[in-house]
Structures are given as C-alpha cells and as structure tokens.
Write a protein that binds this ligand. Structure first.
Ligand code: AKG
Length: 351
C-alpha cells in the first residue's frame, strides 16, 4: 500500500538536532497516523521518511510511538463508522438521484396525507389552500400601502453591498414605513437590495395584526401556535434568497407574484463543503463544476410557485429562492407534528 495519497504532500524533514531528543513535527506525526490507519506498512513509512531526510532512528521511534498510542485504533474505528454512515447515505442518495419522485401537486391534503410527506421528508405543492384565503384576494403592494402605509416595518436594506446579506440580515436591518417600502419595491422593478424577510419579524408587529384575519389554517396546522411560526416576505422581482436549509419544515405560501424555488435534498452532502452554518457555498444559479463536480448528478427540484400555491419545504432541504415578480409570501411552520430540529446543522460541524 502506498503510504501517502497523492493529494497529501509530505511535510518537510525536521532541522537536525540529536535524533534521540528530536520530536517530529505535528504535520509529520499526523501523516504517519493517517497512513497507519489506512493500513500502510511500517517499513514503507520508514523508507518514505528517510527519503525525506528524516533520520532513520527518529523515523522508527516516531512510528513505534504512534503505533503504540492507541490513536491509530481510534482513527480506524471512527473511519469505519463514517464509512458505514456514508454507505447508508449513498443508498438513499442513489434513489433520489436515479428515481426522483416528481413534485406532487395536490389540491387539498388530510393530516394523513401530510404525514406521508412529512415523515418521508418529501416536498409537495398544495394548490387549493391559499386560493381560499381572503389574503389571496386582498394582499398586494397597493393594499399594503393603503391599509398599512403608516406602519413602521423592518427590512433588510443595502443587501447588494454584502455578499453574505442573508446571513447578516440583522446588521442590514433598517426601519421604514410600509408606504416607503412599497414605493421603493415597486419603483425598483428588478433588484435584490431591499427585502422584508422572515428575520425582520414583520408579522409580529401589533400594527399588522389585521393580516392574521386574512389567513385560514387546515387541520394539520395549529392556530394556537402562531408566535415565531409565521413570516412575511415582501420584495421586488430579482430578489434572491441564497441556497440554505432550515431547521424546521415550512409551508411556503405564495400570495402575490411568482417565485422560483430550486431545491436539493439533505442527501446532497456535497453542499456541506464550505458551508457557513446553514448557508451553502455552492450557487445553483451558477454551478461551479470545478469546485462542486457533484452538480452534474445532483438531484435538483425546480419549481415556480404561482400566486395561490403553497410549497412544502421539508426540514433539511436546501432551497434557493428567486422572485420572478414583485412578490408577497407568507410562510408557516406551526405543524401539529414536532417541528423544531435545532440539532440539525451538518454545515456547523467542524472538520
Ligand atoms: O422567499 C424567500 O425569499 C425565501 C423563503 C425561505 O427561504 C424560507 O421560507 O425559508
């Protein structure tokens, strides 16, 4: 077995001291540890070290010490555990990629119908719910300006100046009247600069409490759990929410305008590479095939959510949202099943 993988450059040899006192650098020692865990022969490692001008005695002693420390056995155990989990994941990923379920469109859904998607972690589009809400007839930029024009709301502003704008919503938060927000949003035509997002907590403003009267809940949503379980989104065409996942299931209701949602299941673990917490480094609108060759085979679900439709975004699913028009959305998370998966954040687990 070759002691080193081609990607692992061998560290430099230590500067000379008496071999009995010298200790190999951490870099060399981890090189030895990794290769021993991969099953490399002691002799091959020793030769490689000597070839890199490590004194033979020091090389031999270091290998022996690492072999006897128990760390190699631990690493082997952990690698086997990871390989077993990868094995399970590969099976699930294979199925989502090669036999993807078409996005199911349903007019109505019973609690049992919801359970099927909820438990299976599969999205669906609900077409017959929002159309029955007074909100669907009433909510528009003009209505917001007329009915709630004087209400001061928080919005994320100057987003274009910050590449991590969605992560920095709090710092970008500005207050303005609903009237000004509507005027700027409509005048912008196409912009990603100004957006009332979930983290602006607009719907929690007492002055906007009237909006709740325009919403109706199916039996599988809990009307007693509203606080922190609903969000209002309002922005111009061209507004983009970057690829991320949430820690809860979401019923994403489109009231006005259209949004294109691009989704990938949690089994697309290549998105963990370079992720900042729940935000992916990869951009599905500009797939970088060199950094992320997995894009070629990834399971991507693309859907345009029309006004009056609601998209179920299951917990852990990566989603990237682009407004195709001036858009108003209302998202709900008050499902009657458990819906707080705060522990789910693979992108925050260090390497
Ligand atoms: O509508 C949007 O821009 C983003 C919605 C979203 O990401 C969410 O509800 O989690």
């Amino acid at each position: 077995m070759t002691p080193a993988t081609p990607s692992e450059r061998r560290p430099r040899a230590p500067k000379s001291k008496s071999p009995s006192k010298k200790v190999l650098s951490l870099e060399w020692r981890s090189w030895i540890t990794k290769n021993l865990a991969r099953g490399a022969a002691v002799e091959a490692l020793e030769s490689a070290l000597v070839e890199a001008r490590v004194p033979r005695l020091l090389a031999r002693r270091s290998i022996r010490e690492i072999e006897g420390s128990g760390v190699v056995a631990l690493l082997k155990e952990e690698s086997a555990r990871t390989a077993r989990l990868e094995n399970v994941l590969a099976l699930l990923r294979h199925h989502t990629r090669t036999t993807p379920l078409p996005l199911r469109r349903v007019a109505t859904l019973s609690k049992e119908g919801l359970a099927l998607h909820y438990a299976a972690n599969v999205p669906f589009l609900l077409t017959g719910l929002v159309t029955k809400w007074p909100a669907f007839r009433k909510w528009s930029p003009a209505y917001f300006a007329k009915r709630y024009g004087d209400v001061v709301v928080s919005v994320a502003a100057d987003r274009e100046k910050d590449p991590l704008y969605d992560l920095h919503t709090e710092t970008l938060s500005r207050e303005m009247t609903m009237r000004e927000l509507v005027a700027r949003t409509v005048a912008a035509r196409r912009s990603n600069d100004l957006y009332m997002v979930a983290n602006n907590h607009g719907i929690e403003r007492p002055e906007l409490a009237g909006l709740w009267k325009d919403v109706r809940f199916p039996s599988w949503l809990d009307p007693m759990r509203l606080k922190k379980h609903a969000a209002l989104w309002f922005g111009a065409a061209g507004t983009v929410t970057p690829l991320h996942h949430d820690q809860c299931n979401i019923l994403f209701c489109q009231i006005h305008g259209r949004k294109r949602v691009r989704m990938l299941p949690p089994t697309e673990t290549f998105l963990h590479r370079g992720a900042i917490s729940m935000y992916a480094a990869a951009d599905p609108d500009k797939p970088d095939l060199r950094a992320f060759p997995e894009w070629k085979h990834a399971h991507v679900v693309d859907v345009v959510v029309e006004p009056g439709e609601a998209l179920f975004i299951p917990v852990g699913w990566w989603h990237h949202v682009r407004s195709l028009d001036v858009a108003i959305s209302f998202s709900l998370t008050n499902f009657r099943y458990r819906n707080d998966f705060g522990e789910y954040c693979p992108g925050a687990i260090g390497s």
